[in-house]
Design a protein around this ligand. Structure first.
Ligand SMILES: Cc1cc2nc3c(=O)[nH]c(=O)nc-3n(C[C@H](O)[C@H](O)[C@H](O)COP(=O)(O)O)c2cc1C
Length: 235
């Protein structure tokens, strides 16, 4: 049983990461999902929250407004999060705290989530492994450049334990020299473990390498890094 931080980005294969999350939960792993802002155009956090029964993180600057927190909590405009608290325009989050223009977040909290935690740092402490699936060409570029402009990339930067990346994209994108060079850089500089895409029919209609690897293959790679002794970025 491991703590898995699952990062998902805006690829058409994102629906497969829901299956991946389900398989991980079924085998006893604990899964917290991070979604890039663009991934929200493909799927809602609700799917991952329902499958993993854990918070879903979508915003590096979260004040709780986008988090899915607590039993019976709902999310959205005028929705509630936590006990007796509401989130939305001019709404409140946390006990006696308000969020909105000129408002404060949490009792004595400064930034971070509802508890005042800085989510990308606490997630990197919590997780045994960061699994990014699907990883878009865009996300690979950001990771290789060391950018941390969203919850997935910022958590990856803060993450010193193993990182497994399963890219998925159009075959021409996957073959692009810049994408390949980013993959090489991530392997060589930070030791990321890649589960390369498979060849097959792609959503764009073409046939070639770019399809997200099968769930079983991704699970095997996860198990390999979790049981490998040399598994931290610093080791
Ligand atoms: C319908 C559709 C499907 C897409 N599928 C992919 C994909 O499978 N892989 C990919 O790298 N980009 C894909 N893209 C492009 C990404 O969504 C785009 O580069 C986006 O900026 C990535 O955002 P993110 O990396 O921050 O999640 C797709 C775009 C659209 C509109």
């Amino acid at each position: 049983m491991a703590n898995i931080v699952l990062g998902v980005s805006a690829g058409i294969a994102i629906y497969k990461s829901a299956d991946l999350a389900s398989k991980l939960v079924q085998r006893g792993d604990s899964v917290r999902t991070l979604m890039t802002p663009n991934a929200l155009k493909f799927m809602t956090p609700l799917t991952f929250r329902a499958i993993t029964r854990q918070e879903v993180y979508t915003d590096i600057f979260s004040d709780g407004a986008n988090a899915t927190v607590g039993t019976n909590a709902t999310v959205g405009t005028n929705a509630t999060v936590g006990t007796n608290a509401t989130v939305g325009t001019n709404a409140t989050v946390g006990t006696n705290a308000t969020v909105g223009t000129g408002a404060t977040v949490g009792t004595g909290a400064v930034g971070g989530g509802p508890s005042g935690r800085i989510e990308h740092v606490s997630l990197s402490d919590w997780g045994d492994v960061l699994l990014i699936a699907p990883a878009t060409a865009d996300l690979l570029g950001k990771l290789a450049a060391g950018l941390g402009d969203n919850i997935v990339t910022a958590t990856a930067l803060a993450f010193s334990k193993p990182v497994v990346v399963a890219p998925a994209m159009n075959d021409q994108m996957w073959a692009h020299p810049i994408v390949q060079s980013n993959v090489q850089r991530l392997k060589e500089v930070v030791g990321y473990r890649f589960v390369d895409p498979e060849s097959g029919h792609l959503a764009c209609g073409s046939f070639g390498p770019g399809r997200l690897a099968e769930t079983e293959q991704i699970l095997r790679a996860l198990d390999e890094v979790l049981t490998s002794p040399a598994k931290t970025r610093s080791s």
